[in-house]
Design a binder for this molecule. Structure first.
Ligand code: UT7
Length: 343
């Protein structure tokens, strides 16, 4: 009965996958006017994982989904929702989630994509929690295959991104123990929608032979310094608001798991919040900015490294195109099983 249900939802298991092809900064410096020194000093990135010819958003998502379900021992056929948060979909239509749903055999699940920028995964966690609270098992995957959707000749963006996926199984709180989703705070300010994004190929700027001939149909538009400034301010806001909703003080946060866009952004957010930088998990050096996938991959690695213990409060924060930003507070009831095929 609904009234008997313990309110809330938990992340019961996690999975992650990154492609095995690695492109380091020196490889980029062979074709672009850039250097390992510049990239590392400005971003903290040394290398990124890049999809192979056969790998797509659906296959990369599916790998993370399979790792997650295997770790959980949860049958795909029992899922009610498969959500894929991505800005680099399999195709225009149908949703990437449809291919994942078929691939994993989630025959009873509704499959939908969310296009929510780099904070889409955290915002979608709020949706997953709402769905799970009414009793529905949800598989949420954050995935990007940015390597097939960006302009590799543009040094201002090509050095920043990588591919991968992170997946979480979200269940009603009375069905499992895990990372209790205590609070999710998410906001959007569409007045800055044109500052960061990939404007070509949609209905405003359809692909034309001229656009393709110019080589710019994959161009990512970004005012880097403006994005940087707002990312720091908004991630700090998301942290404070999510903690306020959860009723958890900053001093009680054991680990901050931020979106992995740039080490300097993570450091600036930590400093603004007066959180020691040692409490902020980072793997941007290895994977670069994997958009919606970054927090899932980071959480999985933090668990694999034994950093997360029962009782720990985790704070995730992200910022991305839209502008959109989001934060979530997770309380570790038990350390959840993870499956991963990473480095
Ligand atoms: O998930 C959200 C997605 N986006 C972001 O998070 C990006 C946020 N912004 C940033 O991370 C930083 O703004 C960047 C890493 C993109 C750039 O760092 P910056 O310290 O803001 O550099 P800048 O844009 O001020 O550029 C400094 C110089 C410029 O040259 P001049 O004008 O000083 O001669 C750029 O042309 O660095 C040049 N530059 C490069 N040089 C070598 C830009 N990209 C490169 C490059 N290699 N790859």
């Amino acid at each position: 009965m609904e009234s008997d249900r313990r309110a809330g939802a938990v992340i019961a298991a996690m999975g992650a996958y990154v492609p095995k092809q690695v492109v380091d900064n020196n490889a980029l410096a062979r074709t672009l006017d850039t250097s390992d020194e510049w990239i590392y000093a400005r971003t903290g990135i040394r290398r990124r994982h890049v999809a192979g010819p056969e790998e797509t958003t659906a296959t990369v998502s599916q790998r993370a989904a399979e790792e997650c379900l295997r770790a959980a021992g949860f049958p795909a056929a029992d899922l009610r929702w498969v959500l894929v948060s991505t800005d680099t979909p399999e195709m225009w239509n149908p949703a990437s989630a449809c291919f994942v749903q078929a691939g994993i055999g989630a025959t009873q699940a509704v499959a939908l994509d969310v296009t929510g920028g780099c904070s889409g995964f955290v915002a979608s966690l709020g949706m997953a929690r709402a769905l799970a609270e009414r009793g529905d098992p949800v598989l949420l995957i954050g995935c990007e295959v940015l390597s097939k959707a960006m302009d590799w000749s543009d040094r201002s963006t090509a050095v920043l991104f990588g591919d991968g996926a992170g997946a979480v199984l979200v269940l009603p709180a009375d069905a499992a123990r895990g990372l209790a989703i205590e609070a999710v705070y998410a906001r959007t300010d569409g007045r800055d929608a044109d500052i960061l994004g990939k404007p070509y190929g949609g209905t405003r700027n359809p692909i034309t032979p001229e656009l393709v001939a110019g080589g710019h149909h994959h161009r990512i538009v970004m005012n880097g310094q403006y994005v940087f400034k707002h990312a720091v301010l908004r991630m700090a806001e998301a942290a404070e608001e999510a903690l306020r909703i959860a009723g958890v003080g900053l001093e009680a946060v054991d680990w901050v798991i931020p979106h992995q866009a740039n080490q300097r952004i993570m450091d600036a957010v930590a400093d603004r919040l007066h959180v020691p930088r040692e409490k902020v998990f980072s793997n941007v050096e290895e994977y670069a900015n994997t958009g919606s996938a970054s927090i899932g991959i980071a959480l999985v690695e933090a668990i694999q490294q034994g950093l997360i213990r029962p009782g720990h409060n985790l704070l995730t924060v992200a910022f991305g195109s839209g502008f959109s930003w989001a934060g979530a507070v997770l309380r570790t009831e038990v350390v959840v099983p993870v499956g991963a095929d990473l480095v």
